[in-house]
Write a protein that binds this ligand. Structure first.
Ligand code: DX5
Ligand code: ZN
Length: 214
């Protein structure tokens, strides 16, 4: 699968509705929504009230990436705000198995996110509960960072693990994705790519989305 989930973190927050409408009319598959708490990551972005407004205008599924400590506390809030897919960090959950079950029980697709330092092998006992695994290809917290090359090998390892334990599980990659590394990531086994700066800082975002999906 070659899906693209543009990250609204790089959109113009003063013109969010305009940017969402641009994505509605584009070849984008999902909208990636980055929630940051200033604790799990150094940056603060936005919370449920803003997600609710994004949902009002979006005509594509919301792929909500929680970069917050103890995300299990907020599952129903993000469901109510309109999340379709909810991903939580491996590093932020004490009881990951419980949290994944709670996300599914709340009616959303559930995903786990791994930071660049977290090995794929740690998913051995949770991948069967995941609709998706997201591999960070930068240290989370900011848009516009440089892609970490080790990600290709992690995508291949994850693909092998999914083939063995949960073939339906999607593989998503987030951080520093551009038109040069996108084809290589799909080739390595990625199904969904997130792109912030590559889309929103380009002269023609809709055309760039098409190029990123090739
Ligand atoms: C980083 C976020 C990303 C970010 C990606 O912490 O999780 O989703 O918006 O932005 P780019 O594509 O600019 O690296
Ligand atoms: Zn993200």
């Amino acid at each position: 699968m070659h899906l693209l989930s543009p990250s609204l973190l790089s959109a113009d927050f003063g013109n969010l509705q305009r940017d969402i409408e641009m994505l509605n009319e584009s070849a984008a598959d999902w909208l990636h929504v980055d929630v940051m708490d200033g604790m799990f990551v150094p940056n603060i972005s936005f919370g449920q009230p803003v997600v609710k407004h994004i949902k009002k205008h979006a005509r594509k599924p919301l792929d909500v990436h929680l970069m917050i400590l103890d995300p299990g506390r907020y599952i129903n809030d993000f469901r109510d705000a309109g999340a379709d897919i909810l991903t939580v960090h491996y590093e932020a959950c004490t009881h990951l198995d419980r949290t994944l079950h709670a996300i599914k029980d709340a009616g959303m697709k559930a995903g786990v996110v791994l930071n660049p330092h977290t090995p794929v092998v740690l998913l051995e006992d949770t991948v069967q509960l995941c609709d998706m695994v997201l591999l960070m290809s930068v240290n989370p917290g900011f848009g516009g960072q440089k892609f970490i090359e080790n990600t290709y090998s992690k995508v291949r390892q994850l693909k092998t693990l999914c083939d063995r334990k949960n073939p339906g599980c999607l593989i998503e990659v987030d951080g520093g994705v551009n038109t040069t590394n996108a084809p290589l990531l799909y080739e390595a086994g990625a199904d969904v790519l997130v792109a912030g700066n590559a889309v929103f800082k380009s002269a023609n975002p809709q055309q760039t989305i098409i190029e990123l999906k090739r």
